[in-house]
Design a protein around this ligand. Structure first.
Ligand code: NAP
Length: 254
């Protein structure tokens, strides 16, 4: 693709093997970016590149790449940067932190292990990727855009999700703080707070609870992953050149 919102840009997307991360790869590549799809599940990341990017629709002039990455592992994150620098010579300037997990339970029953794993992936993982790749951008003297996927649950809380809600509130606070520090390098940092989006994560919510939640959504339906991905592409592009430190609800009005 010659034109497009993010033409010629290199984009790193974590959690790219499924749901919102996969949709982000799809839309960013449609808009002209070269995509690095990173996921704990390597085969799923490969599937994203093969069948869900502009490559699949015949735009084979782009060098999309699938990589295995556990975002909570600082060594793995650093190694990924080294690999990308060897291959592309420049760091990605669009970073989408979409890797995330839930381990739901009532507060009174939640194990320390389930607390730690959610915080390590959702909050620490976002921190590690953001720190590592922002540093690379500053060293290369390149402007960039970091998009962190929080959740509307981080704003209002949710029963059974003290660990998850805490991690997602942390993502917003971290985003706002990073935006303040990185503005002088022309690196923008924004968060998206999705509502209930039709992905494997949302499909894990019991049907009865989901139906109850949908009654509180004015648009009366689940969101489609592409409806988050379009906002990601906007935030990654120069169309949002004065937007930083923002936390944008994309919830159908929930
Ligand atoms: P998803 O379909 O489960 O996709 C998440 C992807 O991240 C999966 O491929 C998962 O791999 C991967 N992943 C998990 N742990 C990882 C790690 N440590 N390192 C790298 N990759 C890892 O979920 P989704 O709905 O797309 O969610 C994407 C983001 O949006 C998450 O941060 C989520 O919290 C947020 N969000 C989603 C919704 C929603 O309604 N769907 C609403 C609000 C916010 P495995 O499958 O192997 O675990």
């Amino acid at each position: 693709m010659v034109g497009g919102l993010v033409a010629g840009r290199l984009a790193l997307v974590t959690g790219a093997g499924s749901g919102l991360g996969r949709a982000a790869c799809q839309v960013l590549s449609r808009e002209g970016a070269t995509v690095i799809a990173a996921d704990k599940n390597y085969n799923a990341a490969v599937e994203t590149i093969k069948t869900h990017t502009a490559l699949a629709s015949g735009a084979n002039d782009q060098d999309h790449m699938a990589v295995e990455l556990d975002v909570s592992d600082s060594t793995a994150v650093r190694n990924l940067l080294d690999t990308v620098m060897k291959q592309s010579k420049v760091p990605p300037t669009i970073i989408v932190n979409s890797a995330g997990i839930t381990r739901d339970n009532w507060l009174l029953k939640l194990s320390e292990q389930d607390y730690d794993s959610v915080l390590n992936t959702n909050l620490k993982g976002t921190f590690l990727v953001m720190q590592t790749f922002a540093k690379a951008m500053t060293e290369a003297g390149l402007p960039g855009s970091i998009i962190n996927i929080s959740s509307i649950v981080g704003k209002y809380g949710n029963m059974g999700q003290t660990n998850y809600a805490g991690s997602k509130a942390g993502v917003v606070a971290m985003t706002q703080s990073a935006a303040k520090e990185l503005g002088k390098y022309n690196i923008r940092v924004n968060a998206i707070l999705p509502g209930f989006i039709d992905t494997p994560m949302a499909n894990a919510v019991p049907e009865k609870i989901l139906q109850g939640m949908l009654k509180m959504v004015p648009l009366g339906r689940l969101g489609h992953p592409s409806e988050i991905a379009e906002v990601i592409a906007f935030l990654g592009s120069n169309k949002s050149s004065f937007v930083t430190g923002a936390a944008i609800d994309v919830t159908g009005g929930f």
